[in-house]
Design a binder for this molecule. Sequence first.
Ligand code: SAM
Length: 267
Amino acid sequence: MIEQDYIHHGDTVAFMQTLPDGCADLILADPPYNLNKEFEKHRDFDEWYQWSKTWLTEACRLLSKNGNIFVYAIHHYACYLQCFLYECGLVYRRQIIWNYENGWSRYKNAPSCHYEPILWFARSNNSTYHIIRESYKSTERLKHKITKNGKVWTPNPEGRQAGDVWEFPTLAGKRFAAERTKHPTQKPLALTDRIINHFSNPGDLVYVPFVGSGTECVSAVLNGRRYLGAEMNEDYIAIATGRLQQLRSCELQHRGSLPFGAVASRR
Ligand SMILES: C[S@@+](CC[C@H](N)C(=O)[O-])C[C@H]1O[C@@H](n2cnc3c(N)ncnc32)[C@H](O)[C@@H]1O
């Protein structure tokens, strides 16, 4: 039995090497992008790419038969990671475009950046997927009967099927102050919930190679999944642990009046 709901303090590759083949149903990786950030110095490209191949090789080994791997990437380098995932023998499922208009980037010599690619690969085309639905764009269209090829089309009460461009704001600005921690590249819970809810099953194990402030672990708990992850930086582990503890005290407070899963109503 492997440990669950646990964050390892140390190197993710060394930690993954201690885990058995096929143990992770979903791998949600938000790796260093090789930029100059508080937690990483820009490295020579070859060095960064060799390191990326090392952790991706281990991650692929951990992926279960019906499992999915999501890798956040930056447009400069996403193609290298994508090619390597093919080399690992995984099946390409989709490149998700995470679109936002409230990002931090401003350039004088190029347009502002309004998206990040997220690579979705799996062991097979039959990997876990629960249809994502969102509101219909036009309510006008829903008022009139629509006939296509002689058949009457009725709207799905849960909304239309979502596409592969996902609009979620980043955590920039005052309105996200309550969610934001001191981690410089914290991902939004709403986006993370979508991945965890629709690409894994309740009770599944989510492996988080780069825990940071713990967003993916928090989302796993909120959505009834188990998590396991690694983080090198002690301060970030403290942030992640604090968020998880807050959740647990919330659960204890509400036990008996509100099912814990009900908190996870974001999609
Ligand atoms: C992009 S951040 C993850 C942010 C996370 N998604 C969140 O929402 O907070 C990447 C994290 O990986 C950690 N990291 C970098 N190299 C690592 C390694 N070899 N092993 C474990 N953690 C590492 C960094 O300290 C950083 O916190």
